[in-house]
Design a binder for this molecule. Structure first.
Ligand SMILES: C[S@@+](CC[C@H](N)C(=O)[O-])C[C@H]1O[C@@H](n2cnc3c(N)ncnc32)[C@H](O)[C@@H]1O
Length: 205
């Protein structure tokens, strides 16, 4: 991969990342969200922008031996942290950019992009790539457990590399997803969360 200031930024904070979250609070929020999304035991789920694997860990609790997590991140250091923390044969760790997933068409039942969406520099390309990687009838969740205002304030003050990584209103993201062929199921935000959920058209086999 060529040099990328944003990837270098995430490499640089990877070892500190888990020290900045409260594991109990985050774990409980992730459990509640996955319950609401009704993640099934045998699904193949892509954790897009997986970081140190916090969402992957929460997903594994819900999955059976037949379920699988494909955890993707462009930061090698984030993946190093994740691999050290989460040792489970149901996880495939992939070092790749979200706009170019080394996955076959229709690989996944669901994609969850947790706390990562505003960092993707080409959201249109990423949306088309997610659509390609999902099975017909597959689900997408772009999800944060803080308000858009809080997230944008954190990014604006976090240094040059991610200063402009701002989350658009949920309705705006919903329009982008619709324009790329998704059916939007939810576009909601309040002072404690942000969620845009969508479905790739077609019948699940
Ligand atoms: C704010 S962190 C969140 C990590 C994790 N989802 C969590 O909540 O703990 C955003 C993650 O997205 C990854 N990321 C940012 N842009 C990316 C891209 N274009 N492709 C793949 N991963 C990306 C970063 O390396 C980082 O690990």
């Amino acid at each position: 991969m060529n040099s990328d200031p944003k990837r270098d930024f995430f490499d640089g904070i990877a070892a500190k990342w888990d020290g900045w979250v409260k594991p109990d609070v985050l774990g409980a929020a992730l459990r509640r969200g996955l319950e609401r999304f009704n993640v099934g035991p045998n699904e193949t789920v892509i954790d897009l922008g997986c970081g140190t694997g916090n969402l992957t860990q929460a997903l594994l609790v819900r999955l059976s031996d037949h379920g699988r997590v494909i955890a993707v991140d462009f930061s090698p250091r984030m993946l190093d942290e994740a691999r050290r923390k989460v040792r489970d044969p149901r996880v495939e760790w992939i070092n790749a950019a979200a706009k170019s997933l080394p996955l076959d068409d229709a690989s996944a039942d669901r994609i969850i992009c947790f706390s990562a969406w505003p960092h993707f520099s080409s959201p249109h390309d990423v949306t088309l790539e997610m659509r390609r990687a999902l099975k017909p009838g597959g689900l997408l969740h772009v999800w944060h457990t803080e308000s858009r205002e809080t997230i944008n304030a954190i990014h604006a003050g976090a240094g040059e590399a991610i200063r402009q990584d701002l989350l658009a209103p949920a309705t705006e993201l919903a329009q982008l997803l619709e324009g790329c062929g998704f059916e939007v199921l939810a576009a909601e935000e309040d002072d404690a969360h942000y969620l845009v959920a969508a479905r790739k058209p077609g019948e699940k086999k």
